[in-house]
Design a protein around this ligand. Structure first.
Ligand code: CMP
Length: 396
């Protein structure tokens, strides 16, 4: 019994890990999102007036049910915390304590809190403070948004550029506030009489918010206002550009790591050297497909080929279906022959595919002939097999 406990714990830990790409883990995350949705909906409905008692009771049960799920999740996360590589080398108790006081642990605890508050009777689902629960649960959603982590990394990566833009922002702000203070202080002493008053106007104008509560009236003041508004747009455009580029770069890096992780499951890539492999990895995209999804349809033009890194697909041919499993590829014939798809290919279970777009395929063809030759060889075999079948069908 004791020897199975760690592996069960490791499995639970992997299942609950937000970055885990396994199907079970992704299914759990969908269930989690669904449960949060149900909880938020129940609280939103509870906040409306004039609900019948039976509905209020039902909504309270729903909220308690959701909070119970989060309490169970908290317990499982706490129990499996020692499996986290972050706490490697720590005792089980210490690892759990470190997790419990981490941002993740506290958010999880806050999501479970409504259970105790409601069951102890200090709050009802239709209580005026119940919407606070919404905030606690919505906070938990941040763990589902890898973009939050990405944003933090992008800001950290681009901090030097962002700081220089922030310095420009502050410079324009102070110069504008001082100038408008000098122009307007006599005409509007209440609104521009002090530098902090003028700073409020400068911030509102530079960020292009423009409440219109404080407006310069002199010609000089309005000219300054015009320059500040245009500067505001430029500064915001600069910030947006820096963040957008940083995001795109970070996403490219993450996709590269995701592909690198998957590519080892395809034997065709096994013999390639690191440099060649890294070139291909840069061109592949990871796509997860649910069961029974048509990946390519017979007769449609082909713009990509696929490598199966997990799962299985069925190639639907006139003589019946052919199963292709992990490591196999499909969709190559349309690219090689520049003809429409020769068959429909459907996933039979959840599948992870690596997609190679036509333009990248043709580029690789000139760089890595050995790989394309292997693909061509298999395509020739498949073509011959299909032609043989077609000839047999015609003869009968
Ligand atoms: P394509 O024609 O682009 O799209 C359908 C794909 O099904 C095709 O490429 C091949 O990858 C695959 N396919 C066609 N015939 C066979 C076969 N006989 N065996 C295995 N796969 C096939």
């Amino acid at each position: 019994m004791a020897s199975t406990a760690p592996s069960t714990r490791a499995r639970v830990h992997a299942l609950l890990r937000y970055s885990d790409t396994s199907h079970a883990s992704r299914r759990w995350r969908s269930v989690h999102l669904f449960v949060v949705g149900v909880g938020l909906l129940a609280i939103a409905i509870s906040s409306t007036d004039g609900l019948p008692n039976w509905l209020t009771d039902l909504l309270t049960i729903a909220v308690i049910g959701v909070a119970m799920v989060f309490t169970a999740e908290y317990g499982m996360r706490l129990w499996s915390a020692p499996e986290s590589p972050r706490f490697g080398g720590l005792s089980d108790g210490m690892a759990r304590l470190r997790w419990a006081v981490s941002a993740n642990g506290v958010t999880c605890l806050l999501a479970a809190l409504p259970l105790f508050v409601i069951t102890l009777g200090s709050m009802h689902a239709d209580n005026e403070h119940a919407p606070v629960i919404c905030i606690l649960w919505v906070l938990g959603l941040t763990r589902h948004a890898p973009a939050m982590g990405t944003l933090a990394r992008v800001i950290s990566n681009e901090r030097a550029t962002l700081t220089s833009v922030a310095v420009i922002f502050v410079m324009v702000l102070i110069v504008a506030a001082t100038a408008v203070h000098l122009m307007e202080r006599n005409g509007q002493p209440k609104l521009f009489g002090t530098l902090p008053d003028a700073l409020w106007w400068a911030v509102v104008t530079l960020t292009t918010t423009g409440y219109g509560d404080v407006v310069p009236l002199t010609v000089g003041g309005r000219m300054i206002g015009s320059v500040v508004m245009v500067s505001g747009i430029l500064v915001l455009a600069l910030m947006t550009g820096i963040l957008a580029t940083g995001f795109a770069e970070e996403e490219r890096r993450r996709e590269y790591l995701r592909v690198w992780d998957q590519v080892t499951r395809v034997p065709l890539f096994a013999d390639l050297g690191t440099v060649t492999l890294s070139e291909i990895v840069g061109k592949l995209r990871v796509r997860h497909y649910p069961p029974r999804i048509v990946v390519v349809r017979r007769g449609e033009p082909g713009d990509s080929m696929f490598f199966i890194s997990e799962g299985e697909v069925e190639v639907r041919l006139p003589r019946g279906g052919i199963a292709l499993g992990q490591g196999a590829f499909f969709g190559e014939m349309a690219l090689l022959d520049r003809l429409p798809r020769s068959a429909t290919v459907v996933t039979t279970g959840p599948a992870t595919l690596l997609v190679l777009y036509a333009s990248d395929f043709y580029e690789i063809a000139s760089h890595i002939p050995a790989l394309v030759e292997a693909v061509e060889r298999e395509a020739r075999r498949r073509r011959a097999e299909n032609q043989g079948d077609a000839a047999k069908a015609e003869a009968t």
